[in-house]
Design a protein around this ligand. Sequence first.
Ligand code: ADP
Ligand code: MG
Length: 244
Amino acid sequence: LPLPPGRVTARRISKSFGGVPALAGVDLEPRPGRVLGLLGANGSGKSTLCRIIAGEMAPDGGELLLDGEAVRFATPKDGVRHGIVIAHQHPSLAPDLPVWENLFLGMERCGLGGFVSRAGSRRAAWHMLQAVGLDIDIDQPVERLSAAEQQLVEIARALSREPRLLILDEPTAALSAALVERLFAHVRALAASGTAIIFISHRLQEVEALCDDLVVLRNGHRVGSWELDGSLDEARVLDLLTGD
Ligand code: ADP
Ligand code: MG
């Protein structure tokens, strides 16, 4: 079957650090219009896999396919150019820059996100931050924000790039239940518009509430994957996570 347009697939990805394998031939097939939950204990390889998919890190083996064609990303900008965007587990913000300018980090070449004026960019940033629930002074340095607020800036930045594949790496760790619900509403709307989403979380209830598909990693191996139909077999997941 031909792949739908804009589909990114990872095949048999492997990666070692200092001779220690972090990923051992892992496949991942995020599907447009669906949310793929990626579960695994700390150190199981979730972030490494996602960074490879986004072009932030080269794999030792395996390949990325874009609409079925092998692609190589030399830099993270190549990933972004192909519409692959990560909201990192640990926000990668410029601490001394104003909150609003952080939304356009790495987009300098298109002039603060392609808006015609600084004022236009700033206004667009304000709307994006409001949309994720961040009602704050956007002119202050981002380092003054709390951990939760910085996470929301990182998320707003990713959402604003209209990705075809959006990767959310443990986005909810610092967020209140109300902010999580607001984020999920956005993620569902993005999925409904055809975006593929990878959602990494430790919280099984969140995965159950948001995800259409599930992949479980253990020690760099993909040990389970299935479609969710609104409910999650918690015992099965826990067995896979621990290897019992
Ligand atoms: P997860 O996101 O599931 O917690 P990671 O992908 O961060 O797991 O890490 C998988 C393994 O790879 C861990 O053993 C981790 O220590 C190692 N690792 C990840 N990134 C690096 C790196 N840049 N340098 C060395 N080791 C790394
Ligand atoms: Mg991680």
